[in-house]
Each structure stands twice: as C-alpha cells, then as structure tokens.
Design a protein around this ligand. Structure first.
Ligand SMILES: Nc1ncnc2c1ncn2[C@@H]1O[C@H](COP(=O)(O)OP(=O)(O)OP(=O)(O)O)[C@@H](O)[C@H]1O
Ligand SMILES: [Mg+2]
Length: 589
C-alpha cells in the first residue's frame, strides 16, 4: 500500500498509511521518488531516512514501498566502478544527466547490456551448494570473477553452459531441494545489513603487507584484521588510507569515502585510475571499487555507503580473495547517526550520539575476518578493515574513537605534533599498538628473519627510553647524560627519521618491502650495538657520531628495491669502521 508524507525534517520523513511494510524496507519518497529506507515503524506510521536531498518534497506526497531491504547487486561489472552510497554508478549517472546529484534517478549498479564470457566449472547433474563456484568470468586482466551459487541455494545442476551472457541472462538451471527450478545468473542481490555467511572464521595470522614501515614492522595488521586510525585535522588519515589502497597486498580493494570533502575524493577519482598495481603492473582500478559519499551528499546515505562497501567486500571474500576495505571517515557516518537519531527524538547517549552507536560500529567491524568460504572446496578469503576516525580536536576520549577501539585490534594513533613537525606518517609510536604482533612475528621468523621481532623490541625500547631521557634533558640539560644515554638519543633520532619517517610522495620511499624494512632496521640497531661496544672500549662518542658512514644510514630509504644488497654491505662497512675506532684506542693504550 502506498503511503503519504505527513512531515519532512531534513533527511527524515514521516509517512502514514504504509501497511504491510517491514523495518529496513526500501521506499521511494515524494513526487521526485527519492530513495529512502524505513528505520522506525509504529503501526502504519513510518520514519524514513532519505538518501537524497529532501528539499522540495512535502506533506501529502506519496511514498511507495519497494518490498525489499536495501540490497546491492553482485556480479561482473563491479570492479573499477565508482558508486554512491546506494550503489548507483556515478560515472554513468553523470553521463546520463551531466550531474552527479540529480535526484530520484535510478540506474542499475551493473551494466545490463554488457556481455561477459562465462566459463562453466560445474557439470550437468552435479550437486552444488551455496558458495560453490559455478564458473568464472575474466572481469579484468587483474581479476578473475568467480560466479558463486548464492549462499542460500542448494541442489542439482539441471543445465549449465559456457558462453557470452549479460548479468541477467540465464547461465543454467538448478533444481533446489524442494524440486523447484531456479534460474542461475551471473548476478544476484544481497541485503546490505546482513552478513554473508561463511563456513568458518579462522584466527587471522598472515600479515597484511602495506609497504609502510611504521605499520608493517611496528604495528602490523593481518589479513582479516581490523585497524582504527584516529587523528586530528590534517594529521594524515586520508594519506594513510590512500597508501593502503595503493600498496596493501590484497587482491581487491574497496575504498569508501564517507562524508569527507569532495576534493579529497576527487583526488582519489583522478589519481586512482592512473595508478599501477606494483605487483601486476596493471591499472589499480582493475582490482578496486570506489564508493563516494562526499560531504555535499546527503548524510543518510553515509551509513548506506558503509554497509554497501562491506557487502561488496564480502562478496569478493566469498570468491576466495583477500580484500581490504578503507573507510574515511567513520566519524562522518557516526555524525549522520547522531543527526537522524536526534530528529527521531531518541534518547541521546554520550555527546548526543545514539545509545546504539557502539553496537552499530561493532556490526560493521565484525564483518572483517579470515574465513573458510562457503562452498564444497576449501577456499580462504579475508576482509581487513581500516577505519579512519576524525575526533574533534583529535581527542581520543571521543565516543566514536572509543567505540571503535573496543572492536579493532590495531590502533594507529596520529599525533598533531608529529604532523606539525612534518613527521609522516604521524603515527605516535608511544601510544599506538597492534594485538597481532605475536602471530606476525611467527611469520617473520619463517619468512623474513629470525631476529626481526627482537630488532623491533629493541627499537621500541630505545624510543621509550628516549621519551624518558628527554624529560631529564628538559630538567637538567644534556650535560647530565652519560655518553651511553646520548648514544641512545642519537639512535632514537635515527629510528624516527631514517626508519619511521616515510614520504608517501617519494617514488622510492613510498613503498618498502618487508625484506628492506628488516635490513634498514638491522642497520640502525647494528650501529647501536657496535657503537655501544666501542663506547665500552673507551672510544669517544664524538668520534663515533662523526663517522661519515652514518650518512649512509639516513639514505637507506632511497635505495631502490633492486639494490637492497647495498644494505647488507652497509652492515659490514659500519662494523669495520667501528672496529677501526676500537683498534685506534687499543693502539694508544
Ligand atoms: N605519509 C605522508 N607523506 C608525505 N606527506 C604526508 C603524509 N601524510 C600526510 N602528509 C601531508 O599531510 C597533509 C594532510 O594529510 P591528510 O589529508 O591525509 O590529513 P587528514 O588527517 O586526512 O586531514 P582531514 O582531517 O582534513 O581529513 C597531506 O596533504 C600531506 O601534505
Ligand atoms: Mg582526510
């Protein structure tokens, strides 16, 4: 039954006369037929959050129920797309209307005309279950799109054929358990607020390699893990998210620009299509999906963009891929929740955010993980989520930060002072943490080196000690420090400037392989160890600090990956130089 608008309050519309509708059902609102979702229901009165600007619609206008919850279309054609929060293809919309923001327009998320080459991988008569790979479509040169039997189906393949199909054409027939004939297609739909099922969740233990030294070596993330990146204005949240989208070693990237400034998103839209995947040399967009819901777009669609994004990520995970999802910024989503909740007259919780803020945020991060995918064969897939949070003034006691930290296992805390001093990435090494260091160090031992974990621990200890020593220096001056403590300050500076500091805009420095990260850190700590030994033998600290070879340590980051053997040579060179200083002392003695 069609309903009638009785009140419009910003993104919230109240309508009467809607019988037989359900919570979270989609509707079209007003004469403009704007997209909305029912978020409150009391008899025949519905509260609707509208995903488009409500200007110009008013009481008396109709509301049409669509009979289904907010769902996404899953199938070939998603990769490389730029969608809005409710999966409308923005480029196609712009071509059609000359404007991104025309209201009430619907265009299908997946191209209806385009034909895809489908190669069947199951046979007539075969029994299949949800998640089984029916066949494959080479969607881009970088990605094989695996066509899965939708999770809720099971039965016998009556017919299946390879060939060229649109997403709506029938590729085969399934006889389900009740004996019904079900047409199989390249696409299916899935409601965004429901997690797609998996066979089994596994503890995530494989590192997610980002090429960012402070992240990979100091506060590592794993495939299937979750990270929270809070930081004040201008501290580098967006750049970190971009770096991850470019460099993280996942097969698919979903990037959600949520409520951020349009120009930040423009950078993504202009820059990403030009980028090349460092591993395949193919355009990055051939494994990327962008969801753009900028600050000038309606607030209600922010939540939709987050759930649309995670559902698309789950779909690729189900194929057996490692997927990374970046959301920038989840604070803008939380603000949208606050606005809608306020307009609904709900009891406000902390800072005016709704009481369900924490559980809603958790329901998003809980969809991350490393899993055995549904289906008869054993496939592993994962979703890693990295959420940026922008608390006012960078205040970490902010409810959104706190709710996020409760569910995420990695905390990359960005610091305003570091950013001001142009130390990027401005990850504060004293407060950040990763709860994945244990499993990752296992991996390091087997794949990189026995002693990387130890080098990391020593470096962290030196940085801690630096903070204490700085307090002492402030009180009593540098003269009060022993040569050994002054060496520690020098080495700490080297860890910060030569290792942690990393320029995203420098062509070599922007990405460092795990092996190179290891060799860099080994050089710094080797210098520390050998210099300590020299001090113990009576060598003057000044003589050690004057060694011209130290300059080479500060240049390590600019050594291209193909030349990293030079870093091994540097270890021996420094050894020799410090040994010479010790020999010199012996000669005088
Ligand atoms: N890794 C980096 N390498 C070089 N420069 C960086 C790096 N990270 C940040 N910057 C510099 O800091 C500026 C601000 O970064 P960014 O836009 O990512 O901050 P933000 O935290 O997203 O800010 P906002 O709160 O405004 O969204 C960048 O334009 C860039 O100049
Ligand atoms: Mg930003």
């Amino acid at each position: 039954m069609k309903g009638k608008i009785i009140r419009v309050a910003g993104p919230l519309v109240i309508a009467k006369g809607l019988t037989n509708v359900k919570m979270y059902e989609m509707v079209r609102v007003g004469n403009l037929e704007l997209f909305g979702e029912i978020i409150g229901l009391d008899k025949d009165t519905a509260a609707i959050q509208v995903y488009e600007e409500t200007q110009g619609i008013g009481p008396g206008e109709p509301v049409y129920p669509l009979g289904e919850p907010l769902s996404v279309e899953l199938g070939p054609g998603i990769i490389g797309q730029i969608y809005d929060g409710i999966q409308r293809p923005l480029t196609q919309l712009a071509i059609k209307t000359g404007d991104f923001l025309s209201r009430g327009l619907s265009l299908p998320a997946l191209d209806r005309e385009k034909k895809w080459d489908f190669e069947a991988r199951v046979k007539k008569g075969e029994y299949v279950e949800g998640g089984d790979i029916l066949g494959v479509v080479p969607e881009t040169s970088a990605l094989e799109h695996r066509i899965l039997l939708p999770p809720n189906l099971k039965g016998k393949i009556l017919d299946i054929k390879s060939g060229s199909f649109t997403v709506e054409e029938t590729i085969g027939i399934l006889e389900d358990e009740k004996g019904n004939r079900v047409e199989l297609k390249l696409m299916h739909k899935w409601p965004v607020r429901y997690q797609r099922p998996v066979k089994e969740k596994r503890p995530p233990v494989i590192p997610l390699i980002t090429g960012q030294r402070v992240l990979d070596t100091f506060f590592p993330l794993v495939k299937g893990g979750t990270a929270c990146v809070p930081g004040p204005f201008g501290s580098g949240k967006t750049i970190i998210q971009h770096q991850l989208a470019k460099w993280a070693d996942t097969e698919v990237v979903v990037y959600i620009g949520c409520g951020e400034r349009g120009n930040e998103m423009t950078e993504v839209l202009i820059e990403f299509p030009e980028l090349k995947d460092p591993r395949t040399g193919k355009p990055l967009m051939e494994r990327t999906v962008l969801i753009a819901n900028t600050s000038n777009m309606p607030v209600a669609a922010r939540e939709a963009s987050v759930f649309t994004g995670i559902t698309i990520a789950e779909y690729f995970r189900d194929m057996g891929y490692h997927v990374s999802l970046m959301a920038d910024s989840t604070s803008r989503w939380a603000e949208a929740m606050r606005e809608i909740s306020g307009r609904l007259g709900e009891m406000p919780g902390e800072e005016g955010y709704p009481a369900y803020l924490a559980s809603r945020i958790a329901s998003f991060y809980e969809r991350a993980g490393l899993v055995y995918c549904l289906g008869r064969d054993k496939r592993i897939g994962s979703i890693s989520i990295i959420g940026a949070v922008s608390p006012p003034g960078g205040d970490l006691s902010d409810p959104v930060v706190q709710a996020t930290l409760r569910v995420t296992k990695v905390f990359w805390g960005l610091d305003a002072r570091l950013a001001f001093a142009r130390h990027f990435p401005a990850v504060d090494w004293l407060i950040s943490y990763s709860l994945y260091v244990e499993p990752v160090s296992e991996y390091w031992r087997e794949n990189i080196s026995e002693d990387l974990y130890e080098l990391r621990q020593i470096s962290m200890a030196i940085l801690q000690r630096e903070a204490e020593l700085q307090d002492i220096v402030r009180l009593v001056g540098m003269e009060a420090l022993s040569p050994h403590d002054r060496l520690i300050l020098e080495v700490a500076r080297s860890i910060r400037e030569d290792f942690l500091h990393q320029n995203a805009l420098h062509e070599v420095d922007t990405y460092t392989s795990p092996k190179k990260q290891y060799l860099m850190l080994r050089n710094i700590i080797n210098f520390y160890r050998k210099a300590s030994k020299a001090l113990d033998s009576g060598v003057d600290l000044e003589a050690i600090l004057k060694l011209p070879e130290r300059e080479k340590i500060s240049q390590m980051k600019y050594i291209p990956e193909k030349d990293i053997h030079k870093l091994e040579e540097l270890i021996y060179l420094i050894d020799r130089k410090l040994e010479e200083l010790r020999e010199g002392i012996k000669q005088y003695a």
